[in-house]
Design a protein around this ligand. Structure first.
Ligand code: SF4
Length: 344
């Protein structure tokens, strides 16, 4: 059954007209879902029972048959697992900072991109998430007491490969009549699909982007990110530069360090050159080890050394210390629920 969250406001208005409900009912229901964040029809107390029942016969409210989380309120990372159909789940992670909460959200079930250092890539690709399945992750976590203000599309999947649904979800997050989050607090992470970045430019969509570099050296990049073959980093960089010129949004370069692969001084210098060309900040991420990933992290001393090298050359650089390793919720670790599904 389709979820009510998959409907646009226009589609909901059409449904209400078909049910003979007053015109304002669609807006009331919309407000219940996105402003008051209710997760059952029964909670929509000012909507006639007959309308609620008619809707419930046609649409589920949430697009998930069940969900659960691992972690508790004191944890800096809480992993949510959402069952989307009989065989598949997706994951999202609530990350607590000092003053705010970020939701790391999934856009696909699994991922077709196959970055060799990422567990989601190992899990393989199942399918794109619907708009409802994307916004549902925010609705559920907010309804369960997490006042999310920031969203990063860095969970499972390559967001730009589910372009239409991700952009529709982004609009739902930012629209005043929906979640009303600031667009400046939403970041989409991409491994760099040329065609889809071109689409962002054509559609005049302004997003904070994070670009997963892997390595600024094309040969090494191709060995760990097969996407390089058809989407060469040189072309991606030119396109990103063009995209950034069009508006004042942020670009971050994400760099996952793999011992003995992309951790030479020369490669860090190449990364610094790329950051300077794009006027981007660099996030260094040490690999989160997992038995299914054939790489190891670098020593912390090496990591700090690279950060200092970048800073010395005038590049803004931070180390992203990952949260949630113990619950397999850290960067590149989402996908465990597909590889080892929970049995009842
Ligand atoms: S890093 Fe991102 S794009 Fe690459 S396989 Fe993992 S989820 Fe997909």
């Amino acid at each position: 059954m389709e979820s009510l969250l998959d409907l646009s406001i226009d589609a909901l208005q059409t449904e209400m007209a078909l049910l003979g409900a007053p015109k304002y009912t669609a807006k009331q229901i919309w407000g219940w879902m996105y402003q008051k964040q209710v997760t059952t029809y029964d909670q929509m107390s000012n909507i006639k029972k007959s309308i609620r029942e008619a809707l419930a016969a046609k649409y589920t409210l949430l697009p998930f048959s069940e969900h659960y989380f691992i972690g508790d309120d004191d944890d800096l990372a809480i992993k949510y697992i959402f069952k989307i159909d009989d065989h598949n789940s997706v994951e999202a992670v609530v990350l607590s900072e000092k003053d705010y909460k970020t939701l790391c959200i999934s856009s696909q079930c699994g991922c077709p991109v196959d970055c060799k250092f990422c567990l989601t890539g190992v899990a393989g690709f199942k399918r794109n998430l619907t708009v409802g399945e994307i916004v549902g992750q925010l609705l559920v976590t907010m309804s369960e007491g997490h006042p999310i203000t920031h969203i990063v599309f860095m969970g499972m999947g390559e967001p730009l490969l589910n372009y239409d649904n991700v952009i529709a979800a982004y609009k739902r997050f930012t629209e005043e009549s929906s979640f009303n989050l600031s667009g400046r607090k939403i970041t989409i992470s991409t491994s760099g699909y040329i065609r889809n970045i071109e689409q962002l430019i054509t559609d005049d969509i302004h997003l904070n982007l994070a670009f997963s570099v892997g390595s600024a050296n094309p040969l090494i990049r191709e060995s760990i990110m097969p996407i390089e073959k058809r989407n060469p980093i040189v072309k991606v960089a030119r396109l990103l530069k063009q995209y950034l010129k069009l508006h004042n949004r942020k670009l971050t370069l994400e760099y996952t360090l793999l011992k003995g692969v992309n951790d030479t001084k020369d490669q860090i210098i190449e990364l610094g050159n790329l950051a300077q060309y794009l006027d981007a900040k660099v996030n260094l991420i040490n690999l989160n080890p997992h038995e299914r990933i054939p790489f190891s992290p670098v020593d912390n001393k090496v990591l700090t050394g690279f950060k200092n090298l970048l800073l010395k050359s005038g590049v803004r650089a931070t180390i992203r210390y990952t949260k949630g390793q113990e619950i397999v919720a850290a960067c590149g670790q989402l996908g465990e629920s597909i590889l080892t599904p929970k049995t009842a």
